[in-house]
Ligand binder design. Structure first.
Ligand SMILES: Nc1nc2c(ncn2[C@@H]2O[C@H](COP(=O)(O)OP(=O)(O)OP(=O)(O)O)[C@@H](O)[C@H]2O)c(=O)[nH]1
Ligand SMILES: [Mg+2]
Length: 305
């Protein structure tokens, strides 16, 4: 892996690393100690404090015990290396990232609560894919928040992607319908559909999202090909209930974790992947167009150890 890339990872995850490191500081002093119950309890506690959550912390310690027993390790000197292997195992699980979609347009529905970075992530993805040569169309499905449509248009210009929009307050499902029709007519390869994070009407957000999903399927029978849930890493444990809510309602296929540059709570990511078996496709490490990284379990594990 390119060194520069690892450096960017490490920069973005500096706070998470500091947090985990300060708590796992004893890792450096454990060389002579026995890998016993007391040590495992200390580790479990450190992991919980780093936002990994009790269930996943327990899982990590159980795996560690199992590996240590199998490999005949009785001393703590190799702890860091075993821990690293376990973190990579956990972060690599879940269904694999979807391959290229043979049927164009590939329709990606982007969801998440308000302010997590949906529109920004759409802009970053659009820029990346347009730069790679794809025709990308953005659907302004958030018709509720003031200025949401303009924000998407700015990203569209920046990324050189087309934008399909209606007026503010219009029916989001109707926007999505038109966007998918336009994508078919214009031969777009990818559609990124923005959605609201909160509604000001009586309609329940989940019902609205289900409706959008149905409408997508009416225009392109296999759509949506992906439902990307955006999570803000700084929300910590709250992200867990968001995953549950969206996954149960509309079936999430993958995650993007934003704002990892500004948080000490990257440990939450371990918990979510472990509990929901959902893959993290990308992470956001800043606000500019290039601050989106493909998720790399090994680099992530290295960054926090
Ligand atoms: N530092 C940092 N800021 C980010 C990142 N991603 C998004 N942001 C910022 O988070 C704020 C909210 O981003 P939006 O993209 O508007 O979020 P949203 O989910 O579309 O919000 P709503 O449309 O209100 O639901 C903006 O100020 C973004 O610049 C990231 O990875 N790092
Ligand atoms: Mg938005």
């Amino acid at each position: 892996m390119a060194l520069a890339f690892l450096d960017r990872w490490k920069q973005g995850l500096a706070k998470t690393r500091q947090n985990l490191q300060s708590r796992l500081d004893w890792l450096r002093g454990v060389a002579g100690r026995r890998l016993d119950q007391e040590l495992l309890e200390e580790l479990e506690e450190a992991l919980i404090l780093a936002d990994v959550g009790p269930q996943t912390a327990g899982n990590i310690v159980a795996r560690l015990q199992e590996k240590a027993a199998r490999e005949g390790i009785r001393e703590a000197c190799d702890l860091k290396e075993i821990l690293r292997r376990i973190l990579v195992e956990i972060l690599s699980q879940g269904v694999p990232a979807p391959g290229p979609c043979p049927q164009a347009p590939r329709v990606i529905m982007v969801v998440g609560v308000n302010g997590v970075g949906k529109t920004t992530t759409i802009g970053k993805l659009a820029k990346r894919w347009v730069d790679e040569g794809s025709a990308v169309l953005l659907a302004a499905g958030d018709t509720f928040r003031a200025a949401a449509i303009e924000q998407l248009e700015i990203w569209g210009e920046r990324a050189r992607a087309q934008v399909v929009k209606h007026q503010s307050g219009a029916d989001p499902a109707a926007v999505i319908y038109d966007a998918l029709q336009a994508a078919k007519a214009r031969g777009s390869q990818v559609v990124l559909a923005d959605t609201a994070g909160r509604l000001h009407t009586k309609m329940n957000l989940m019902e609205e999202l289900k409706k959008i999903k149905r409408v997508m399927g009416q225009v392109v029978p296999t759509a949506p090909h992906e439902v990307l849930l955006i999570l803000d890493a700084t929300t910590g444990q709250n992200a867990v209930s968001q995953v549950r809510l969206f996954h149960e309602a509309i079936g999430v296929t993958g995650l993007v974790v934003t704002k990892l540059d500004g948080t000490a709570k990257g440990g939450i990511l371990l918990r979510i992947v472990d509990e929901f078996r959902l893959p993290v496709h990308y992470v956001g490490v800043g606000e500019s167009p290039d601050d989106l990284r493909e998720f790399d379990p090994e680099a992530f594990a290295d960054s926090i150890l």
